[in-house]
Design a protein around this ligand. Structure first.
Ligand SMILES: C[S@@+](CC[C@H](N)C(=O)[O-])C[C@H]1O[C@@H](n2cnc3c(N)ncnc32)[C@H](O)[C@@H]1O
Length: 117
């Protein structure tokens, strides 16, 4: 399908999912948008489902904070690429209860890509 991936409505009828891929996104958006998108990915997982995500390791390295954001939402770190790799790749699985925080408001965007520097 072709859709704006930053709009939660684009995923209607697909969730919850056993596998959520968010690749090539976290390195192109603000930290605030990353946290909002982590939250949406976490709540998009079926019980036992996993999120596979990527983020570059350039300073400031946000990978540890992304792990924390997933883990605060009941997902367990299943795999993380080595810190010396240029790219961060992680797999977090929903092993706890889904988050009870409120989800995005109607029409709220998850993220907007930043213009290249
Ligand atoms: C860094 S590339 C990653 C491509 C692929 N997911 C990967 O990991 O190889 C980011 C892609 O997201 C697209 N993109 C940017 N904003 C988007 C949006 N709101 N909805 C869907 N795609 C978007 C860009 O045009 C670009 O093709």
């Amino acid at each position: 399908m072709t859709a704006d991936a930053g709009l939660p409505g684009a995923y209607e009828g697909m969730l919850p999912a056993d596998l959520v891929l968010v690749c090539g996104v976290f390195g192109n958006i603000t930290d605030e948008d990353v946290e909002r998108t982590v939250d949406f990915c976490a709540r998009s997982c079926a019980p036992g489902g996993a999120v596979l995500w990527t983020r570059h390791r350039f300073a400031p390295d946000l990978v540890p904070q992304i792990c924390t954001w997933f883990e605060e939402r009941g997902l367990t770190r299943e795999w993380l690429s080595a810190p010396e790799s240029e790219f961060g790749v992680g797999v977090h699985r929903l092993t706890g209860h889904p988050t009870e925080r409120p989800g995005p408001a109607p029409g709220e965007r998850l993220f907007t890509f930043l213009e290249p520097a």
